[in-house]
Write a protein that binds this ligand. Structure first.
Ligand code: XBP
Ligand code: MG
Length: 265
């Protein structure tokens, strides 16, 4: 890897839930509640309680964590883990069904940036905690059945030993792409995702999501409302639209500038 390579933006690493699409409140949470119903469990996760539970990455791990407060949870850890695994499998099935019926749109600005990466030869990877089946169900609608061709690497919850905030997924993605971590930018929405990327020496741009609208994101190169607008970012973007990108949105040149990298040619 030449030194010059590490000074040019070479790859965009995409978080999924909350970043590519607003999946948590109206899809993952709803799927968990449908699974609780299917298992005749008297629990339902409110929008607020689920937001608190998002401090735990990984749906199965989140469920196991909440079970510790359930008076009716199985007493033994092995039984509890077995129940969490069974309910999470049902949850994932429900989530796939929910998305198969209606699909969920990508957040505004996401597709335009994906297209710009494609047009300018910037590699992309997925770096998500969600499961492979859930990812497939989400992306096949907006990106088509061959959505995987868009990404040079796809890393899901099954592909790591330790989920975010552990940096494992953000160490693995640049390695899979053959790109220095310093030449990548991670697009994230959560404190766990921020910590994971920073832990792997990957620069992070935060697009605020429904569940993390105001939380501090120390160490992020930039924080803003979403890729669809050039307004409301810190550091601010020049009003003049990037010449190579949809006038209203955040483009590769903006990401490169925030990361202190040269834009791709
Ligand atoms: C967010 C997560 C995932 C989802 C639920 O993933 O922590 O666990 O909340 O999906 P991301 P699963 O890293 O994309 O923000 O139930 O499949 O884990
Ligand atoms: Mg996320």
């Amino acid at each position: 890897m030449s030194i010059a390579d590490t000074h040019v933006l070479r790859a965009v690493l995409w978080d999924v839930d909350g970043t590519m699409a607003e999946t948590e409140r109206d899809a993952h949470r709803v799927a968990f509640n449908l699974a609780f119903e299917r298992f005749a469990l008297p629990h339902r996760w409110s929008v607020e309680h689920y937001g608190e539970l998002l401090a735990v990455a990984g749906g199965r791990e989140r469920l196991l964590h909440d079970m510790a407060a359930w008076p009716d949870a199985p007493p033994g850890l092995a039984e509890r883990e077995a129940l969490a695994r069974a309910v999470h499998t049902e949850k994932s099935r429900q989530y796939v069904e929910l998305l198969r019926a209606d699909g969920l749109p990508l957040r505004p600005g996401v597709l335009a940036l994906i297209e710009e990466c494609r047009a300018r030869g910037v590699q992309m990877a997925i770096t998500t905690t969600t499961s492979r089946d859930s990812l497939e169900a989400l992306l096949r609608h907006p990106l088509g059945a061959r959505w995987r061709d868009t990404f040079a690497a796809v890393l899901c919850g099954e592909d790591v030993q330790r989920k975010k905030p552990d940096p494992e997924v953000y160490r693995e993605a640049p390695a899979r792409l053959g790109v220095a971590p310093e030449a990548c930018v991670a697009l994230e929405d959560s404190p766990a995702g921020l910590a994971a990327a920073l832990g792997a020496r990957v620069v992070v741009v935060i697009t605020r999501s429904v569940y993390f609208p105001t939380v501090e994101m120390p160490g992020a190169a930039a924080v803003g409302p979403g890729l669809h607008t050039r307004r409301g970012w810190s550091p601010p973007l020049p009003d003049a639209p990037s010449p190579t990108h949809d006038a209203a949105g955040v483009g590769l040149d903006d990401l490169a500038a925030w990361c202190g990298l040269r834009p791709p040619r």
